[in-house]
Design a protein around this ligand. Structure first.
Ligand code: F6R
Length: 241
């Protein structure tokens, strides 16, 4: 794992966006894996700026998002499809047909999960996957457990994730309890991975991940230690305990 420590959230966002900009300029048909949550928002803002000010072209880029809540359709303001449209896709020249976010209203979610992995394969696999990390060490919605799913699957969210994500909802009861999430195997198949972590609340988990150097399904992000090309970009708050 290569670790880059940036002074603050703004610098982290600029660094991540400039790495992505370089990759898109080198390969205009890049397949990008994207995350939702608070952490990548600044990176998306910088990508929008790169599009507006430097003409960064997304017209041939495809994207695959990590996850979506089950039960929410793309019109729901708390759905991850809505989030991605609002935070990125509506502001760049991407072809929306090439933006994949798992369908939270799929008739048969289990069959749908296999289809989603198939879509990723048909697109040629993910070139670069952006990840955030949960305070409990989850990546996508792969929660700490005795076993982790390899492929995209239906997952039960843990109490700590429901609590963390309740800040986006009017009440805790409204937070969906299940989601569709890319599996650890789907994530590890990406050619490159960039993990972003910002803020003091991420410092304990980053300490564990970066300093202990052991893998465990109880710390899903630790499986990234097995991948040959992971760059972790952290700000000082998330790096120093
Ligand atoms: C989002 C996702 C989650 C978040 C994680 C951190 O698509 O898969 O794993 O990356 O929960 O969320 P924030 O960035 O809000 O701290």
């Amino acid at each position: 794992m290569k670790v880059i420590v940036e002074k603050n959230y703004d610098e982290l966002s600029k660094r991540a966006a400039s790495l992505l900009e370089e990759e898109i300029r080198n390969n205009p048909e890049l397949v990008l894996g994207l995350a939702t949550g608070s952490t990548p928002v600044g990176t998306y803002e910088e990508l929008i700026r790169a599009h507006r000010e430097r003409g960064l072209d997304f017209s041939k880029v495809s994207t695959f998002n990590l996850d979506e809540y089950i039960g929410l359709d793309g019109e729901h303001p708390n759905s991850y499809r809505y989030f991605m449209n609002e935070k990125l896709f509506d502001h760049i020249n991407i072809n929306k047909e090439k933006t994949y976010v798992p369908n939270g209203k799929a008739q048969n979610p289990i069959d749908y999960c296999a289809e989603y992995d198939g879509d990723i394969e048909r697109a040629g696999g993910i070139d670069i996957q952006i990840l955030g990390i949960g305070t409990n060490g989850h990546i996508a919605f792969n929660e700490p457990a005795d076993e982790l799913s390899v492929g995209t699957s239906v997952v039960q969210l843990t109490k700590s994730t429901i609590e963390d994500n309740s800040r986006f909802f009017d009440s805790m009861d409204e937070v969906p309890k299940t989601a569709i999430s890319m599996g650890i195997g789907s994530i590890l198949k990406a050619r490159k991975i960039i993990l972003l972590a910002s803020g003091k609340n991420k410092a304990p988990i980053m300490q564990k991940l970066l300093k202990e150097n052991v893998i465990s399904t109880k710390l899903p992000a630790s499986l990234l230690l097995l991948h040959p090309d992971v760059t972790v970009i952290v700000d000082e708050d998330a790096y120093n305990i």
